[in-house]
Design a binder for this molecule. Structure first.
Ligand code: NZQ
Ligand code: ZN
Length: 405
């Protein structure tokens, strides 16, 4: 195992009616003037926002609302939130929603505590923040894992760059997780979430690390994946099954708090490929990942067939003795699973408009632009498993651009 530090300080309050503890938790973590950050209105329609606000009132905490956050949240909107938080003199930022609301809350917290710098300067590493305001979360979707992660992902609408800021300052103080709050999810968001949870573990699993030397981490990862696969299928049949939604919600946090990648190099290539698609076409995060995973896996598989074979045998019960054949079966089973959820497994499945306004297969120019963006004009390589330059990334986008791969 490589040296590692595991820091997952978020206090988890899990279970039915967990949201009734929100006011108490905000108080415990020092909040007295709270900016509540939420999305396009699902928490208003479900009545959750009102329930949360009532718990704040009970504790004598004052608050202001900052709603309207879009999926794939924009930096400019988070900057607007910073101005609101400063004007309100907020000392605590509370997200009620999913990854987009949480990431906007995290960005507002950092921007407010460092009001001498803009979010753009912070994301471009021209200013390194040393402090933030405390953030709490009431989670409504099992997906991004932002409720415990150190990451905050924004899209800069000026540069069309989508990227994360990773710092322990981003770890929320608490996360309220009531699986019942996910019952109202549209099916597409449910399945995007299932893919994203799996991908946070998959994007940590395939690394150059010796598979004999990281057994505990790999076994945790394999169990998380099997639990998500099994309960993802059950959730499609009945997304009001409390036990099943509980498993997904808990896996969502465990998958992205660092646990499933300890002692290994950091990978996350598929996320980088997907972020470029989301920034360019505003596709849902989970869909951008399922569309790219198969092409990426087939392209890099020969760099570490034993790792792909181990994955196939442990997660998918593949019995094939030959590593390469086993690895290929594991890839096919994964892609078939994403398809069974109704998720895109290639670019044409996403029905994106290209620059000529055609829908489906992207033009060579569009793919070139994606590869350029992913590698910052061929100045960086992505992936540790097999360092991928622009030529490699373009080849992967081209593979993903075919219906049959
Ligand atoms: O905006 P509202 O009206 O709330 O509707 C949302 C939104 O349309 C809806 N929704 C959420 N919970 C609901 C619900 N609708 C009905 N009932 C509920 N209970 O679902 C839609 C998607 O919400 P969003 O917050 O965007 O989902 P998700 O949690 O998947 O977050 C995605 C964002 O997180 C980033 C992604 O890139 C993307 O921007 N990520 C953040 C990470 C992190 N900070 O650690 C890691 C991830 O890899 C990811 O990059
Ligand atoms: Zn993700």
């Amino acid at each position: 195992m490589q040296k590692f530090v595991q820091y997952a300080p978020t206090e988890i309050v899990f279970g039915q009616d967990a949201q009734s503890d929100t006011g108490k938790k905000v108080k415990k973590w020092g909040g007295s003037r709270v900016l509540i950050v939420f999305g396009g209105g699902s928490v208003v329609r479900s009545g959750l926002l009102k329930q949360v606000e009532d718990t704040l009132i009970e504790e004598g905490i004052v608050y202001e609302e900052f709603g309207g956050v879009h999926p794939n949240p924009l930096m400019g909107y988070a900057q607007k939130g910073v101005e609101e938080a400063l004007a309100f003199d907020a000392d605590f930022i509370l997200a009620v929603g999913g990854g987009s609301a949480i990431d906007t809350a995290k960005a507002i917290a950092i921007g407010t505590a460092n009001s001498n710098a803009t979010l753009e300067e912070i994301w471009e590493k021209q200013f390194i923040p040393k402090k933030s305001l405390p953030v709490g979360v009431v989670l409504t979707i099992a997906a991004a894992g932002s409720e415990t992660s150190d990451s905050c992902v924004l899209t800069n609408e000026k540069t069309k760059k989508k990227g994360g800021l990773g710092t322990d300052l981003n770890r929320p103080k608490f996360a309220i997780m009531n699986p019942e709050l996910t019952y109202t999810l549209p099916k597409y968001q449910l399945t995007c979430g299932i893919v994203d949870i799996m991908m946070h573990t998959l994007d940590r699993y395939f690394t150059p690390a010796d598979i004999e030397k990281n057994q505990m981490t790999d076994r945790i990862a394999e169990e998380v994946l099997q639990t998500v696969i099994e309960n993802g299928q059950k959730a499609l049949k009945d997304q009001t099954d409390y036990d099943c939604m509980s498993e997904l919600m808990w896996c969502g946090s465990l998958s992205h708090n660092g646990l499933t990648g300890l002692g290994k190099p950091r990978e996350f290539a598929v996320h980088k490929l997907g972020h470029v698609l989301s920034a360019t076409f505003d596709v849902a995060h989970g869909a951008s990942l399922s569309a790219m995973w198969g092409a990426w896996a087939r392209y890099v598989m020969m760099s570490k067939p034993d790792c792909f074979a181990q994955y196939a045998r442990k997660v998918w019960d593949v019995e094939e003795k030959d590593d390469i054949d086993a690895a290929l079966q594991g890839i096919e089973r994964t892609v078939a699973y994403f398809a069974s959820l109704g998720m895109p497994v290639n670019i044409p499945d996403m029905e994106l408009p290209d620059q000529q306004g055609k829908v489906g297969v992207l033009s060579d120019e569009a793919l070139e632009a994606l590869a350029d963006q992913a590698t910052l004009g061929d100045t960086i390589k992505i992936s540790t498993l097999q360092p991928l330059d622009k030529k490699d990334v373009l080849a992967i986008y081209k593979m993903a651009n075919k219906k049959e791969q």
